[in-house]
Ligand binder design. Structure first.
Ligand code: KMH
Ligand code: ZN
Length: 301
């Protein structure tokens, strides 16, 4: 059986510092959390940056640079920069860190969609299904825009820099969009498909959803893809475990879920990495190192 690649998504753009005191915000806290996650077993760290004063997402290359430099001094983990940023940002702003810093890996969101995050927040007291809350209210009439032109632009820019992609697929149609760009030769195998479960507007969190995503990807891409799975909020570890039993790779981290168990906030992304690593090892799976991940995903190193 192939080794399992664990990705850790360290801070993201969705959760706010008011939701968990453990969410890293400053560049040094994000770098420390990423190194800790890598030491716990993550081969890949997926990064966003934040403004240390406000805690809000900051997509300037200047915000990312100290994080990337600090991680590289202390770890050889694969660095994956977001091109998703947050749904309020324009495409050039979102692309800037990957365009300037030319990472091995960058995220690529495969379609425009409604992006309802309340399922990710289900266990928080203040945000529970509260569409009147200003933070959630904002997502009520907003589209996470990823047109075909946007996707093509990110693909062409990344490919010029030998950056490869964590292809984020929030629904079955996004697999077909990937297939379209592969047919046009704009992305080459092996494709790293990150299937995302549990965003309102995308596919759900039922076991059948996971099966359907995998079956469809198998049919479209055969041996040309590597499958990874992330689920939002309290579904994170359950769905990651399911994917691990099916030969998939997994993504955890505070970007996707603040939880380590029912009603219990995770102290770090590393804690979630340790949990899923332990499950994977008990399933008899071997952990991929960052160099294993580079080889499997065809990264430049
Ligand atoms: N927060 C995840 C659900 C990106 O950074 O490009 C999606 C994500 C998007 O990771
Ligand atoms: Zn992200």
């Amino acid at each position: 059986m192939a080794k399992i690649i664990i990705s850790a998504a360290i801070t993201g753009a969705i959760h706010t510092p008011s939701m968990s005191e453990h969410l890293p915000v400053s560049a040094s806290a994000i770098a420390d959390a990423a190194v800790e996650a890598a030491e716990a077993g993550a081969a890949i760290v997926h990064l966003h940056a934040r403004n240390p004063q406000t805690g809000k997402p900051d997509q300037s290359p200047e915000a990312f640079l100290p994080i990337v430099q600090a991680i590289k001094q202390r770890s050889d983990c694969v660095i994956n920069l977001t091109t998703g940023g947050s749904p309020t940002m324009g495409i050039e702003e979102r692309l800037a860190p990957a365009r300037e810093l030319k990472p091995e890996l960058a995220s690529l969101n495969m379609g425009s969609m409604n992006f309802g995050i309340y399922p990710m927040l289900e266990r928080t007291k203040t945000f529970q299904h509260d569409w009147e809350h200003p933070y959630l209210e904002g997502s009520r009439d907003r589209i996470f825009k990823n047109t075909f032109a946007d996707i093509e632009h990110i693909l062409r820019t990344g490919t010029e820099n030998d950056t490869r992609f964590e292809v984020e697929c929030y629904d079955i149609g996004h697999l077909y969009t990937l297939s379209h760009f592969a047919d046009r030769g704009l992305i080459k195998p092996p494709f790293f498909v990150q299937s995302v479960f549990g965003i309102l507007g995308g596919i759900g969190v039922h076991a059948e959803d996971v099966m359907h995503m995998k079956r469809t990807a198998d049919r479209l891409f055969g041996d040309d893809y590597r499958w990874s799975v992330l689920a939002g909020g309290r579904h994170q570890i359950r769905i990651a475990t399911m994917a691990a039993t099916m030969g998939g790779n997994v993504r955890v981290g505070l970007e996707d879920s603040l939880w380590i168990g029912p009603g219990k906030l995770a102290r770090s992304s590393a804690e979630q990495v340790t949990l899923i690593r332990g499950i994977a090892e008990r399933l008899g799976l071997e952990l991929a190192s960052s160099d294993d991940a580079r080889a499997v995903l065809g990264l430049k190193g």
